[in-house]
Design a protein around this ligand. Structure first.
Ligand SMILES: [Zn+2]
Length: 85
C-alpha cells in the first residue's frame, strides 16, 4: 500500500531545522517556538493553534531567529498603561 504522504517530512514550516515526530502534532519547535499545526500550513495567513499566522512567524524568524519575537514585542503595551494619554 503506497502511502499518500510517502514523501512527507515533518519539518518545521518556519525554520526548517526541526523535524516533528508526527504530522499535525501540535508540538512546539525547539528551534523557533512555532507550534506544529497542519491547518496553519494550509492557511499560512490565518491564525489558529498559534496566535500568529505562519507567514508572520516566518518573517519574525527571518529577522530574529524566533517565530514569536514580533508577537511578543507587539504585546508589551499591556504593562505600560500608566503612560497612556
Ligand atoms: Zn521551527
Amino acid at each position: 500500500m503506497a502511502g499518500i504522504i510517502d514523501n512527507w517530512d515533518f519539518k518545521c514550516p518556519v525554520c526548517g531545522k526541526h523535524e516533528f515526530k508526527e504530522y499535525d502534532s501540535y508540538n512546539e519547535c525547539p528551534v523557533c517556538g512555532w507550534m506544529d499545526s497542519a491547518y496553519q500550513v494550509r492557511h499560512p495567513d490565518e491564525t489558529g493553534f498559534n496566535p500568529i499566522s505562519l507567514n508572520e512567524a516566518r518573517e519574525s524568524y527571518k529577522a530574529t531567529g524566533d517565530a514569536y519575537a514580533f508577537y511578543s514585542v507587539q504585546d508589551n503595551s499591556s504593562d505600560d498603561n500608566s503612560s497612556e494619554k
